[in-house]
Design a binder for this molecule. Sequence first.
Ligand code: GRG
Length: 287
Amino acid sequence: MASKAAAVNEALDLSLPLRYPEGLVDSMRYSLLAGGKRVRPVLALAACELVGGDEAAAVPVACAVEMVHTMSLIHDDLPCMDDDGTRRGRPTNHVAFGVSTALLAGDALLALAFEHVARGCAGVPAARALRAVAELGSAVGADGLAAGLVVDLASEGSPVGLPTLEYIHVHKTARLLEASAVCGAVVGGGTEEEIETIRRYARRIGLLFQVIDDVLDVTCSSEQLGKTAGKDLEADKATYPKLLGVDGARAYAAELVAGAVAELDRFDADRAAPLRHLARFIANRQY
Ligand code: GRG
């Protein structure tokens, strides 16, 4: 995982050289290269290898999912959204560069993601590259991130039950993790059955990711999480620990990780080891 994340960091750096207009590109690089766990790109690379593909074929989609993720973080932190001052332990993009530049940096990263897949997948059969583009688009738009955030914002301050909470997290968080794995498997040449199995695995770890995020929000300090002090309390937001209790949320997380790992049983055990490990990494992460 560490070596995959290092390869992704290098590819991301190369994907966006500093150029005119420096103000915009600097702001894009500031957030894109700010660290982060690189879970989504690692998922894309590991899924590609799981279906027998060459890791190099998945590097463009791995970079693209991180670009989309970075865009979503920049936009999510804006004053009109979550209004966060800190991200990954440093000032948020709009604090460092101003709101207009941050908005445009997010937009430009979203566009770059698709451009990067279209240009970088030259060695991949066109039908596979097109399918990856469609998968990624669907994960970001009105059936994905944007939908999840709209429902999230609309439900602030009103009581939210488990089905709405699940809708929010499937769309805001799990869809992009799912698309990351599916795009990796698609460009790697997976069969339909393999792609759908990987989709089910990724959907579970996507939800797991959010359940753990919610648990960490109540069990870790804001400093440990690199968040603005006080923001993590967000009294009016529904979370899994609030609806299920911390122990209930942990039990749900255990169920999700077991289900995700079970999906991998149909694959060669050695090849599936990175994705098994990734599921456990997400379940056990402390930040
Ligand atoms: C503009 C079309 C369009 C969509 C964007 C802003 C937005 C709509 C959605 C918000 C999505 C969002 C920020 C969800 C939270 C996902 C999440 C759990 C983020 C934290 O991910 P980590 O822990 O972060 O992987 P690092 O820093 O490690 O990369």
